[in-house]
Each structure stands twice: as C-alpha cells, then as structure tokens.
Design a protein around this ligand. Sequence first.
Ligand SMILES: [Zn+2]
Length: 252
Amino acid sequence: MNDAQLTRYSRHLLLKQVDFTGQQRLLASRVLVVGLGGLGSPLTLYLASSGVGHLVLCDDDQVDLGNLQRQIVHRTADIGRDKVASARDTLLALNPEIEITPLKARLAGAVLREQVRQVDVVVDASDNFATRAALNAACVIEQKPLVSGAVIRMQGQVTVFQAGGPCYGCLYSGVPDGTEEGADQEDCRHQGVLAPVAGIIACVQATETLKLLLGVGDTLAGRLLLLDALAMAWRTVKVLKDPACQVCGVRP
Ligand SMILES: [Zn+2]
C-alpha cells in the first residue's frame, strides 16, 4: 500500500480485525453484486469505499426517476443511463483505485456460473425470485458464499448462505428454479419501500461481505435476520439445512 492508501484506509488499519493484512486481502478480493437498486446502491458504495479491489456489477436495467428515492449510487443526471455505467462512475469517483467490471445483463446458466466461479463472495441485491433462485443454485454448485438481502415496505431480511449450511432453497422450499413462467409474480418490484430501510439491510449485507472476505467473526449463516422498521425491532430465525432440498440436498 502506498501513502495515500494508508491514509484512505487508516480507520480500517486501526481495527485489529482488519489491520494491514486484512486491508491487503480486501484489495485483492473480487465480489459479484447482482442488482444495483435499493440494496445494491448503498452496499456497493460501502464495498468500494472499503477498498474491495474488484467489483463485478450486474444489472440489465436503466436508471429511472422513480429509482432515485432509494438507489443512492445513481444521480439525477444519470436518468436513462444503464445502471451498471451510472454505478461504475459514482463508485470510481469515490474510490478510483478499485477495478469495476460492469455487466449489463441478467445472468443465467453457464455464464452466471462462470462469473460466480471467479469471485470470493456473491451478493444478492436483486428484486425477484427468479434471480435469487438462479444465484443460489450457482453458488451451491461453485461453493461460494452468498449474501442475501430483501426489503419490502418497512420490513427487511438478510442472511448468508455458505457451503455446507442451509441454502436459499432450504429456506424457501418450493421456490421456482428461475426458469418457470411466472416466477417473478411475487417479487418486490411493485411494492412501496421506505428508502433508508433498504440502506439498513444493504449495510448489513456489506458488513457480512467484508467479514467473509476478511475471515473474521460469525456470519449470518444459519440465521435469518428480520427487521420490522415500524417497530424498529430485529428478530432472528434459525435456518436449518433441508436434507430434501431440491438445490443442495441429496438428489434422488
Ligand atoms: Zn438447500
């Protein structure tokens, strides 16, 4: 690290859980973030500012005026631009030292698996069940940790799926595998959301991602954290591995 980096990351270097070695590790890390909306915006800002060395950003959408209330990585001037391009510009303005690979696509199948294989951690910041299921399946096969978050109205939930533990399929048995017609019907895209509630869940996702990269602390693996922002109360639900899970269980 050069002098500027020592200054930029000084508050990390003061933490014994990060220190010089941990910061070097973050700088050498590669993370895939799927979705640059209400969750992906705050969490990529924190991953970039924290010095995660390579961010692969995936989203097939463009910035819309209605996004700006909560999707804080985009600016008013970005309306109409691809979200991946808009996010890349904001993140590089914040930290020009990191590398960003923008992928304007809805990844699936072999292409998705190839992207998952190349990263240390995958972050699910998507807004629909089809993408969630596809990401989960790819992470189970490639044995990569998946940091999953969701937000709706004034509620949020966040967890981590890691190899050997329960997966998204164990939590929601019967969720579509991403290929079925109508898999998007019960998603969060057309629901209201109080802007900073997305930020709270995104910040938990960013924290878990950094912990996974650093190899410190206890992650949310096996625990689903539920937020009721109206009561401002958190609840923890234990998540068990389902031996009959269609994604990670023993196949017949
Ligand atoms: Zn499973």
